[in-house]
Design a protein around this ligand. Structure first.
Ligand code: GLP
Length: 261
């Protein structure tokens, strides 16, 4: 796991954008996994700016989002489909037909989960999965206790997640109790995982993810088993990392090492 500690949110977003944009430029038919939440907004803003400036082309890119609330239609303002349209897809030259968000209104949610896995496989698998992290260490909506071998599934949200996400709704009672989410194994199958976290309220989750035991109690800790996982954090989210100085040391040494390889 490569841990990149950044000064603040802006530097974290810029670093993530550099990685994502660089990867898309190398492979135009890129399959990009995307996340919702406040964390990736700075990344999406930079992706849109780079696209406007002609520095990156999304016309052949295919995307798969991590999750969606059960019961919210795509045009519901709090749906993750709406979030993605408003914060990224409407601002880049992506073909919306190539953008996928799990269907939270499917007649059979189980069938929709299987179909989502199949669509990812048919696209050739995810090249890079963008991730945020919940305060309880969840990736997507894989709450503590979820199998680390899980595939796209229907889950029950914890009260903490409902509380955290209620800030975007009129009130807590409007937050759906269930969601469809890629499973942890689905996420681990991506060729590269790029997780971002900022702010001190994520410090415990980041500590568990990066340095804790691999455990279903912090599903993001499964990233320790991924051969190509990059974690980009700001100073506040990195504050509880035991090897903080070492991660910074590694980052400095990396350039020298690259020249030697
Ligand atoms: C939700 C999403 C996650 C996201 C998390 C953190 O629960 N399902 O994918 O990582 O929120 O959100 P934020 O980035 O707003 O802190």
């Amino acid at each position: 796991m490569e841990v990149i500690v950044c000064r603040d949110y802006e530097e974290m977003s810029a670093k993530a954008a550099e990685i994502v944009i660089g990867a898309v430029r190398k492979k135009p038919k890129f399959v990009l996994g995307l996340a919702t939440g406040t964390t990736p907004l700075g990344l999406y803003k930079r992706m849109a700016e780079a696209n406007r400036a002609g520095k990156v082309d999304f016309s052949k890119v295919v995307t798969f989002n991590l999750d969606e609330y059960v019961g919210l239609a795509p045009d519901h303002v709090q749906s993750y489909r709406h979030f993605m349209d408003a914060n990224l897809f409407n601002h880049v030259n992506i073909n919306k037909v190539n953008t996928h968000v799990p269907d939270g209104k499917a007649k059979s949610l189980l069938a929709a989960c299987e179909k989502y896995e199949q669509m990812i496989a048919d696209a050739g698998g995810i090249d890079l999965q963008v991730l945020g992290i919940g305060r309880d260490g969840h990736l997507g909506f894989n709450e503590p206790g979820t199998s680390l071998a899980s595939r796209t599934q229907v889950v029950v949200l914890t009260e903490e997640t409902i509380e955290d996400n209620s800030r975007l709704f009129q009130n807590k009672d409007e937050v759906p109790r269930f969601a469809v989410t890629m499973g942890i194994q689905t996420i681990l199958n991506a060729r590269c995982c790029l997780m971002m976290a900022n702010g001190k309220n994520k410090a415990d989750a980041v500590k568990g993810c990066v340095e804790g035991p691999v455990t279903a109690m912090n599903t993001a800790s499964a990233l320790q088993m991924h051969p190509n996982a990059v974690v980009i954090v700001d100073e506040a989210a990195a504050a509880k990392l035991e090897l903080l100085d070492y991660y910074k040391w590694c980052r400095k040494g990396k350039e020298q090492l690259t020249n030697l390889l």
